[in-house]
Design a protein around this ligand. Structure first.
Ligand code: ADP
Ligand code: MG
Length: 227
């Protein structure tokens, strides 16, 4: 099975060298746990290191805020957009349009760019943002099927409410292929972020917690430390 490198330091080696091409990966985590940084690095590295084009659909924060925050970590998305190899799309401009139109817009953008990678940050915000009422399970199922069909290697993020149990996301049973979890935990007086691969189909993956370090050069995964 062809694999795709994320280029995220410490990650690819934990999953047989990369994620399976065309897979849909659920990246679930509490707020501030690094979901957006992880996802942006996936897209950014895809273009700059592996010649893969990417679409980043941002629904948690607007495009300007994403661009500003990622620039601080050395990722100039604006500049990259000008090369025509990535596209950042947001919900802001189309709040009135409804979920269906938003999905169409994402898929259209993927098709136009001939994107290899796609991020949806987050499905929680995408589903809630339009204010429509949905049956969540049915919607998840449908959405997942669509994403698999378009063939991009996709990361969709999902917000977990702080304090909820990590294992047993509720929806993960429907997103059977791959689930990665990021969570903020208190270690003494320090807030740490840890990382766990809950499942990854067709992959002999790491089954232990790792630490997540975020610094000026972005996010990396390092061995778990009890310090
Ligand atoms: N320049 C930086 N240096 C160190 N840590 C940073 C920097 N920028 C962001 N962070 C950390 O990353 C976190 C936000 O990551 P983000 O990917 O936006 O989280 P999420 O999308 O899961 O809410 C912040 O709470 C902060 O701890
Ligand atoms: Mg975020």
């Amino acid at each position: 099975m062809p694999r795709v490198k994320t280029g995220i330091e410490g990650f690819d080696d934990l999953v047989d060298g990369g994620v399976i091409k065309g897979e849909v990966i659920l990246l679930a985590g509490t707020t501030g746990s690094g979901k957006t940084i992880f996802s942006t690095q996936f897209i950014y590295n895809g273009v700059t290191r592996y010649g893969e084009k990417g679409v980043y659909a941002t629904f948690e924060e607007d495009e300007a805020s994403l661009q500003r925050n990622m620039l601080k970590l050395g990722m100039d998305l604006k500049k990259l957009e000008k090369t025509g190899r990535i596209k950042v799309v947001g919900l802001q401009a189309m709040k009135e349009a409804g979920l269906n139109a938003n999905l169409d817009y994402i898929l259209e953008t993927v098709r136009e760019l001939k994107a290899d990678r796609l991020v949806i940050d987050s499905i929680t915000a995408l589903f809630m943002g339009t204010g429509e009422q949905f049956e969540y399970r049915t919607l998840m199922h449908l959405f997942y099927k669509i994403l698999k069909k378009i063939g991009c290697t996709t990361i969709m993020t999902c917000s977990i409410p702080a304090g909820s149990a990590t294992l047993g996301l509720g929806i993960e049973e429907f997103i059977a292929d791959s689930v990665i979890i990021l969570e903020n935990v208190l270690a003494g007086a320090e807030l740490k972020t840890r990382f766990l691969i809950r499942k990854m189909r067709g992959t002999s993956h790491s089954r232990t917690y790792h630490d997540v370090l975020i610094g000026e050069r972005g996010l990396k995964i390092v061995p778990f430390s009890t310090m």
